[in-house]
Design a protein around this ligand. Sequence first.
Ligand code: URP
Ligand code: ZN
Ligand code: ZN
Ligand code: ZN
Length: 467
Amino acid sequence: SSARTLIRGGLVITAADEIHADVLTEDGRIAALAAHGSAAAESWTADRVIDATGRYVIPGGVDAHTHMELPFGGTSASDTFETGTRAAAWGGTTTIVDFAVQSVGHSLRAGLDAWYAKADGVCAVDYGFHMILSDVDERSLKEMDRLVEEGVTSFKLFMAYPGVFYSDDGRILRAMQRSARNGGLIMMHAENGIAIDVLVEQALAEGRTDPRYHGEVRKVVLEAEATHRAIQLARVAGAPLYVVHVSADEAVAEITAARDKGLNVFGETCPQYLFLSTDQLAEPDFEGAKYVCSTPLRPKEHQAALWRGLRTNDLQVVSTDHCPFCFTGQKELGRGDFSKIPNGLPGVENRMDLLHQAVLDGHLTRRRWIEIACATPARMFGLYPRKGTIAPGADADIVIYDPHAEQTLSVTTHHMNVDYNAYEGRRITGQVETVLSRGEVVIDQRTYTGRAGHGRYIPRGTCQYLV
Ligand code: URP
Ligand code: ZN
Ligand code: ZN
Ligand code: ZN
């Protein structure tokens, strides 16, 4: 179609600028921006005019870390690609990068094709894939090259979860050497899973079975040690490294030290580490299970290092690691044994709002909010400037955000397919009002107008932070 939409009178915020501008979209892309009230803007005609007076006009969020339908611990993450991407749209996120999984003994191709099939024709917003490497051997190393060419340009490795996703240092080094040659980006789950499993066994043997012990055995030093080791292996391989879900102050320090040496080491954190803590993990009546994820929630004191890292650019991205499991029937699998609680928290719908609240709380500037939630994840994973900004030629993925609306996060109002909200009762100033995905209005003044299958698969380029 040649539908033209004019978004008039808002404050356009990107990672670079804040300008009072009108935005014209045409054929799913941003056609032009012009100063509000300028002769150019006043001359535009459109099929639809959206009044954004008093609102922010921001790029659609890019959530670079989600796990729709992830099989884990004998169950599966409760959001499908259909429900999870719809919830993303509600929360102002118009692109997700999810993780296809290689099964042990199987090819990357087989895993990736299975994930293409899960998402095909059901997503509400656009999506791409990273690949989880569970079985690094000669065949899968060769396959990495083909995946990079195909648009799957990043690979997650696990130093945690022995017997499931775990790779030893030799396999990690080989995958890093390969990515140094083919342009792929290694994403690391940095926790010493071998040591953690010893502590898990000892805790259970001593009858320490409650959810809070999940946090106690997954020690800060075992995140910091794995982060340090991953950085050294990446140095040996000459490869860039992206550390996912950083939760501990000592892990931030390792990343900061590496960056101060000039290394291409990047760090991601998640809203749960910025806003929640071991206080939630210790909730009585097994409620703490709702907050079991890995890396685990940390004591509150760690939050300052994460906020500081985001300010100083030692951490560059906030993604959700959205991996929801219902309390009833899923989290409950771990009653009497915290190691059987499926790991993961819901959050894809709440990220943009929580980070806007962080702007109001003085942790971030408005432009930094857009940078860590939209622009940098798009650049990191080869989606920029198609995604992550508002500029001529970019996809018309736009959020009209009301910075003064008051809302309370709750399971009773959210759209994620999970029976609790990790931020239940939290008051937020600011709310998504209208969302465009490739020029189509998918949320219209807090009403869903999108459809399953509107979202398209987006093949990605390589990381745009490497010279
Ligand atoms: O607890 C988590 N984070 N679950 C999802 C899988 C992962 O390690 O990211
Ligand atoms: Zn005007
Ligand atoms: Zn992980
Ligand atoms: Zn994850």
